[in-house]
Design a protein around this ligand. Sequence first.
Ligand code: NAD
Length: 514
Amino acid sequence: GSLELLSRLRAVVAGDSASLLLPQLINGHFVESRADQHLSVTNPATNGEIARVPLSPLSELDEALDHAEQAFQRWRNTPVPTRARLMLSYQHLLKQHHDELAEIISHELGKTFEDAKGDVWRGIEVVEHAANIPSLLMGETVENVATGIDSYSVTQSLGVCLGITPFNFPAMIPLWMFPLSIACGNAFVLKPSEQVPLTTLRLAELFMEAGAPEGILTVVQGGRDQVNHLLAHEIPRTVSFVGSVPVGQHIYRTATDNLKRAQCFAGAKNHMVIMPDAPADQVVNALVGASVGAAGQRCMAISVAVFVGDSKALIERVRDALAEVRPGAWDDKGASYGPLISPQALERVTGWIQQGEQEGAELLLDGRGVSVAGYPDGNWLGPCLFSKVTPEMVLYREEIFGPVLCCMEAADLSEAIELINNNPYGNGTSIFTRSGGAARRFQNEIAVGQVGINVPIPVPLPFFSFTGWRGSFFGDLHAYGKQAVRFYTETKTVTARWFDDAPAEGNQPNFSIQ
Ligand code: NAD
């Protein structure tokens, strides 16, 4: 590609080149910003600068939105099969460049290569779903709603849609948003996380290469001020946000205050319930992978294990298994996960660990001070395990977003359900049991939007929707699946009567239909 991001990035990482100055994608062209302020993008394994991202001047955002609006006017009547074919071409290119994208993710976020490949793959699956757009857009028809009158609905695009993404899934989350929105006939303006803007640029470059017309995808760069300017602008019709709780609340309030449609996916505290009859090996494996995988920086990570009754005997086995796991560099095949995103994130997490100890939780495994050979400056944290955690403790109240698992105990399933339903968040949860009755009851009574039964991280595939609840989601229609198509479109309902050409009595006024 013309940006040659990966080869240039490799040179930076090898110390052969200065960090990259990142462009924006406006009106189909990658252009340098007029910004005089930039932020550093760092590799979390070294904290060395790999790129600089502009804080786009607000006038530049206005220009980008104007171009997006014009592109929308050209795009909105594009035949739906043409849009589907764009998604097919894009899917093909993403698969071809799958490993390249994963390596970019690994450099800017530190994820292990295997994990980064999963990030790309989950995004590709959404593009595959978007290629079904003709069926997804089909409306409804009723003939003879009154004598000689038919009613039908058509599904139309909205205009310019906005996306604001977090650092933790640089490929998957942008791909939750723009392919479906654009397949629905909209133009999309994406503001990626300033901590991981490189993957988005490569995704955008491949989208252009797949044949996307100029301007239907725009990538602007920046942080809080840029987001707030976009939210206040009259052009965007919808706002899709994924990120932390306070920012999600702010964005939902601001977007809706500006009369925009909004969907905001926020933070989480996900519990896994272990019933006494659950298969022990399965429980231990699931807990280890789901808690410290991706360094715990997943919105669907399991951060609380709720041991029901005698199952608490498994805590010791979980500790032994976690003690075998270690972080490392992206290309270290023995590493289970990478560094935390920033020194600030590491400091925040270790602060909570310290406070947890002070509040009386028992630290069974302490990952602080872990070192990774060859990477003395990375944001490393080994697996941490706490037991005797209670709902008042900061360890339980905060979304830790690190490789820290908190163990709690419940006398029975009712107590476990009550604990989870009293937690403000409702993104994901799971139960491990051999009992169909317990699983059925859990599924029915739990106030969480994504439930796993003997599956630790129940992320729905793209033909369903990503359905977080309560404090983990602000809005109505969720990401991908059929719900995203509703979010990115407007329904128009037509009531139609046609007059017969033949001279007939049928053309008499008919008052009976009222
Ligand atoms: P973040 O909220 O700090 O940032 C997300 C985006 O918001 C970024 O693009 C950032 O530039 C922008 N932003 C930050 N502060 C802002 C402000 N004051 N005003 C306007 N915009 C602002 O989130 P993060 O640290 O990048 O991501 C981690 C969080 O995302 C975690 O809480 C995680 O649970 C959550 N997350 C949720 C889901 C989900 O589906 N529910 C998925 C992934 C991540």
